[in-house]
Design a protein around this ligand. Structure first.
Ligand code: PFF
Length: 450
């Protein structure tokens, strides 16, 4: 089965770090992180977020890499291969594939807004406009019928194109150079933003935690955001793990990927909140926060036209490298488990995701009745994937790692057959076996208790 589609691999260590960071860093960092942090009290959210990244996020990333590299398979095949007598565990893999599919649907809608922003930058639309006009323009764009759909079709198409070409030729090549450029632009924007009048209030909002604001909702939202941002709990990193060479150190790789992802999210906060406070935009403005705040910031800069254009192009690319990993989850499943050709698998998954993404986009139109339990389809997809599927997937993944697979498999992968990280082994095993499942289960259960 798998032999027919020979497994590709990452060519170098920097390749896997770049590709995994490419999956992690995306709209989740620059659009979703400030949005969720703004809605959940700023500093209080940040502190909970950081604690979760360090105690759960990074260990879970190592854990997913362990599974993928051990099994050398897609998420469904991984659970089947590592516990052949307990087929039920492969349901986690199926849930991951479904989750990837649903994420692409709303992710491409936001990517579409980003392409719209590139278009607006090209025609110099933002120049000299005040906040009310930019906000109105954002609303009008979302309410258009054809244009948002066209942009998201373009987005899914370019992602499908790279995926159809295969791993090392595709993902690695594009990820390697672009991430550093994005970080440089973000650093310049940080400096610009904190020099704005009134920026201090924004910095205070983001960095000064009001501990009384830490509620169950803040903790659950932070957990969901960590999973979303680090691409955890739905098989993306299992899939990438299956392409990592046996020589790579999974601990250092995960630390580098996890910390760069968190660094970019913090940079986004340092850009958005000071600027938002300075321009009088509410931090809890929701999904439009980044899309209205950033153009206002560019309007204040020398060379704003240039920065705005480059920034939004890079953001599309960051979204694109994330979408690649989402599509790869589905495509690796379809090729290895259902024996489809890579081309067919890519066409089916991207066309399917595009159809759902149409509903997601249309559900945001003013007065749309495309809702589920009172939430728009867009919001429902966003919430259900990060706060249910990914967290549940993460919970079962750590249970699987800690209690189901052979301890020897676990240790061999963690230590590269006894050559690295020997001393960390015990503590890591303890986290995966006891702490991580207990913490995720408690946080998830707390949502349902009054
Ligand atoms: N981590 C990506 C982001 O922050 O934009 C989103 C994502 C990509 C989630 C891949 C899940 C995934 F498998």
């Amino acid at each position: 089965m798998a032999e027919k589609n020979k497994r590709d691999g990452f060519g170098s260590k920097i390749g896997i770090i770049a590709a995994a960071a490419g999956s992690a860093v995306g709209l989740g960092n620059i659009y979703r992180f400030p949005c969720v942090a703004g809605e959940n009290g700023g500093g209080a959210f940040l502190i909970v977020y950081l604690v979760i990244v360090l105690t759960l996020g990074i260990p879970m990333m190592i854990g997913e890499f362990i599974l993928g590299r051990r099994a050398q398979k897609n998420p469904v095949g991984t659970f089947k291969a590592l516990a052949p007598s307990a087929k039920g565990w492969s349901l986690i893999g199926y849930m991951g594939v479904l989750c990837a599919f649903l994420i692409i649907a709303f992710y491409s809608t936001v990517a579409g807004w980003t392409i719209e922003s590139v278009y607006k930058s090209v025609i110099n639309y933002y120049h000299g406009k005040d906040l009310a006009t930019i906000e109105q323009g954002f609303n009008d764009s979302i309410n258009m019928t054809v244009r948002p759909l066209l942009w998201q079709a373009v987005f899914i198409f370019i992602s499908a194109f790279v995926i159809a070409k295969g791993i090392s030729k595709g993902i690695e090549k594009y990820s390697k150079i672009l991430m550093p450029i994005l970080i440089i632009i973000l650093l310049i924007l940080c400096v610009k933003s904190i020099l704005l009048p009134g920026a201090y209030e924004g910095l205070k909002f983001f960095f000064k935690p009001d501990f009384s604001k830490i509620s169950r909702q803040v903790i659950t939202s932070a957990l969901g955001q960590v999973f979303f941002s680090m691409s955890l709990g739905m098989g993306a990193l299992i899939t990438y793990g299956s392409y990592i060479s046996k020589k790579d150190n999974l601990v250092t790789t995960s630390l580098m990927v996890g910390l760069s992802d968190t660094f970019v999210a913090i940079l986004a906060g340092v850009i958005i909140f000071p600027a938002a406070f300075s321009f009088g935009i509410r931090p809890e403005a929701g999904p439009s926060l980044a899309f209205n705040t950033l153009p206002m910031l560019f309007n204040q800069m020398n060379g704003g036209y240039f920065f705005c254009l480059i920034f939004f192009i890079l953001l599309v690319i960051a979204a694109w490298t994330s979408a690649l990993s989402l599509l790869e989850v589905i495509v690796s499943y379809l090729t290895e488990e259902l024996n489809l050709s890579r081309k067919k698998a890519t066409i089916y998954s991207s066309v399917g995701a595009f159809i759902i993404s149409i509903l997601a986009a249309m559900s945001l139109h003013d007065g749309s009745s495309l809702t589920i339990f009172g939430f728009t389809i867009f919001d429902s997809l966003d919430k259900i994937t990060s706060m249910v599927f990914m967290t549940l997937g993460g919970l079962f993944t750590v249970l699987f790692l800690g209690w189901k697979i052979k301890k020897q498999d676990f240790e061999d992968e963690f230590t590269n057959s006894g050559t690295v990280n020997i001393r960390l082994k015990k503590i890591f095993y303890y986290i995966i076996k006891f702490i991580a499942p207990a913490a995720i289960a408690v946080i998830m259960a707390s949502q349902f208790l009054m």
